[in-house]
Design a protein around this ligand. Structure first.
Ligand code: NAD
Ligand code: MG
Length: 384
């Protein structure tokens, strides 16, 4: 029986993780759950799963939850409590599914204490890069990707990397793949969050619309699989059936296919190296009228180019890219800036923020704070 801690339990990945786990009650125990402020959702999860700990980061939400939590569930409050449940001696597996840099510290806590870290929070790797990889190596923690593309590549590389020529991350292209470029300036947050294939949290949905999500994934793949940027390509595949490709030097290409449902990747992270039922239906390729593949339009999706440049520059630059993106996406969701201002804000922040070496978690956090402050200074009211 594995004790599982889910960081970001009320989110899209968190709920899907609980769904997969509940299909295997003999294998997994819900040990601890966390959320930011949605205590009513957390109350429901506590009643259903009876975790030992429930963490609310927000103080008022924690007080509210304490009043209604079932007997046996200990309610904890604050960011430090995230680290406590991630590194708790009785935790075996940690699902790192908090969105954004808010997930950094708890992901590191899990990695430092040698857990199986099921990594959905790609931002941790973009910010922490080799520091996170080396932390996991030193403690014996397993870093298992949950991002569907990285899970696909991880699955294709089970026999090792020998003969690997390159990888290709597939991207749906998001909701604006075919929107005329002249209309992009006034698209709304609602349109941006209306992803054609995946049902996800708001931040990653906007990232998919700008293709920054794929940019962050290129950086994630670089650190996870230790590949140079030139060996990481992106191909648009609107049907989201093939979750990535690995090209080998004998002309073979391996890929992993499946319906666009995160439970496959989540299930594999839980059951690795074996497999188990995830709740995802079988793929029927005869029902797919076509599978298309296109090169991304780098003019339309400026964020993708910015991410490649940041990766080439290395050091603190990917962290700055991530921070500026988080600030810009939040401003877009709050209608303070327009859709096309997202990439402009990131570009200006990258041009202004000093580049530094990030050798410690403290320096990663410091760079994140500085970059956010600089990005915030470029947020101007939207033209609309
Ligand atoms: P979501 O918005 O649905 O859920 C986010 C979770 O994080 C919630 O439980 C929320 O309470 C918690 N949270 C938010 N802000 C917090 C804070 N400041 N402190 C502590 N907790 C906080 O997001 P999601 O779509 O589930 O995505 C989670 C992560 O997984 C992201 O890093 C995303 O990039 C990654 N991911 C998601 C998908 C997907 O299909 N949803 C796919 C691949 C990767
Ligand atoms: Mg992905």
């Amino acid at each position: 029986m594995k004790n599982v801690t889910i960081l970001g339990a009320t989110g899209s990945i968190g709920i899907n993780t609980l769904d997969v786990m509940s299909r295997h009650p003999e294998k997994y125990n819900v040990f601890a759950l966390s959320a930011n402020d949605s205590w009513e959702k957390m109350e429901k999860l506590c009643i259903k799963h009876l975790p030992k700990f429930a963490v609310m980061v927000n103080e008022e939400a924690a007080e509210n939850l304490k009043k209604v939590a079932p007997d046996g569930v200990m309610v904890l409050q604050g960011e430090a409590a995230l680290n406590d449940i991630a590194s708790h001696q009785n935790t075996d597996f940690v699902m790192a599914a908090i969105v954004g840099s808010a997930g950094l510290s708890s992901t590191f806590a899990a990695a430092t204490s040698g857990k199986r870290v099921m990594l959905a929070n790609k931002e941790s790797l973009v910010l922490g890069g080799n520091l996170l990889i080396n932390t996991a190596k030193a403690s014996g923690a397993e870093l298992i990707p949950v991002d569907s593309e990285h899970s696909a590549i991880f699955q294709c590389l089970q026999a090792g990397k020998e003969g690997l020529n390159k990888i290709q991350l597939t991207a749906s292209g998001g909701p604006f793949l075919k929107t005329p470029a002249t209309e992009l300036y006034n698209v709304t947050p609602k349109q941006a969050c209306n992803h054609p294939k995946w049902k996800m949290g708001q931040k990653i949905s906007v990232d998919s619309a700008t293709m920054m999500n794929k940019g962050l994934e290129v950086i994630e793949a670089h650190f996870l699989f230790q590949l140079s940027p030139s060996k990481i390509e992106v191909v648009i595949h609107p049907q989201s059936i093939i979750h990535s490709f690995v090209y080998f030097n004998d002309g073979s290409v391996l890929s992993q296919l499946g319906l666009p449902d995160m439970r496959s990747a989540i299930s594999y992270a839980l059951s690795y190296p074996s497999r188990q039922i995830s709740g995802v239906e079988d793929l029927d390729l005869t029902k797919q009228s076509s599978l298309e593949f296109l090169s991304p339009d780098m003019d339309r999706f400026k964020c993708l180019g910015l991410a490649y440049d940041a990766l080439e520059q290395g050091k603190s630059v990917p962290g700055t890219l991530n921070a500026a993106n988080e600030v810009a996406v939040e401003a877009f969701l709050n209608k303070k800036i327009g859709f096309l201002d997202i990439s402009k804000t990131i570009e200006k922040t990258l041009a202004t923020t000093p580049i530094s070496n990030l050798d410690t978690l403290a320096s990663v956090v410091e760079n994140d704070h500085l970059s956010r402050k600089i990005a915030q200074s470029f947020i101007k009211p939207s033209h609309s």
